[in-house]
Design a protein. Structure first.
Length: 261
């Protein structure tokens, strides 16, 4: 056996021995080596470790695809009023209306109404004439279309004026000699020295006598020296039993004579 064959055999024997030692679970040191080799069977896997820290933010990705359309939102407030639109086309002709009342028929209706009014007026005039006769029978006096009558009471000027107005007349206001005589005749039925207010005064302008309507008087029958505005306090007018007029204070009491027309 040569020397080379001997070394080969020796090396093979060492390899076999090392293999046997590994199979028996032993570890032995190898001369002229720097590391210790541990020989053992493989162990079981351990539990997973805890999550590590977040890494740095990566590079921005590409723009994704457009998502689906969302649901319809709540209706917003109305906008500002827009400009007026163009004038529309002329509409169709409407249905024909019912036949109206002819002009002749309307005239006939008016005529009938006038005839009715005329008959009522005639009835009223007849009644008025009857009432005038009753007034005359109870001491009233008539002159033209006026009737003069008294209630026999004495009042101051203001109350006498109100009494006649509430009865539908006015204080006696002679505008002619005939009307003055009719007023005097009623006065004479109340005895001598009877006096009554007339519907005349100079309230507006001193010395200028007017009717209660505001018109200037057109007839007078003043006593001699009247009106004299004695003591600057005579704004009303009385008629005396002789038919003459005199200016007097308005707060005196005089017979109430009213006229109706």
């Amino acid at each position: 056996m040569s020397f080379i064959q001997f070394l080969t055999f020796l090396l093979y024997g060492l390899l076999v021995r090392a293999h046997t030692t590994t199979d028996n679970g032993r570890c032995e040191e190898v001369t002229n080596t720097c590391a210790v080799i541990s020989c053992s069977t493989h162990g079981h896997s351990g539990l997973p470790g805890r999550d590590g820290r977040d890494g740095k933010e990566g590079v921005k990705g590409e723009k994704g695809d457009r998502g689906p359309q969302g649901s319809r939102g709540v209706q917003g407030p109305p906008g500002k009023l827009g400009p007026p639109g163009e004038k529309g086309e002329k509409g169709s002709v409407g249905q024909k209306g019912e036949q109206g009342v002819s002009a002749t028929s309307e005239v006939d209706v008016v005529k009938e109404q006038l005839n009715t009014f005329q008959r009522e007026l005639e009835t009223f005039q007849a009644s008025l004439g009857k009432y005038k006769k009753i007034l005359l029978f109870h001491g009233g006096k008539q002159s033209g279309d006026k009737v003069f009558v008294t209630n026999g009471l004495e009042e101051n000027f203001e109350n006498a004026q109100r009494t006649c107005r509430e009865a539908g007349g006015v204080l006696a206001t002679p505008k002619s000699a005939a009307e003055n005589s009719a007023t005097q005749e009623i006065l004479n039925t109340k005895g001598e020295s009877a006096k009554a207010f007339l519907g005349i005064s100079d309230f507006q302008v001193e010395g200028i006598f007017r009717y209660l309507s505001g018109e200037k008087i057109i007839f007078t029958n003043w006593n001699l020296g009247e009106p004299n505005n004695s003591k600057d306090n005579e704004d009303c007018v009385e008629i005396q039993d002789n038919g003459k007029w005199n200016d007097i204070p308005c707060n005196l009491l005089r017979l109430v004579i009213c006229e109706f027309q």
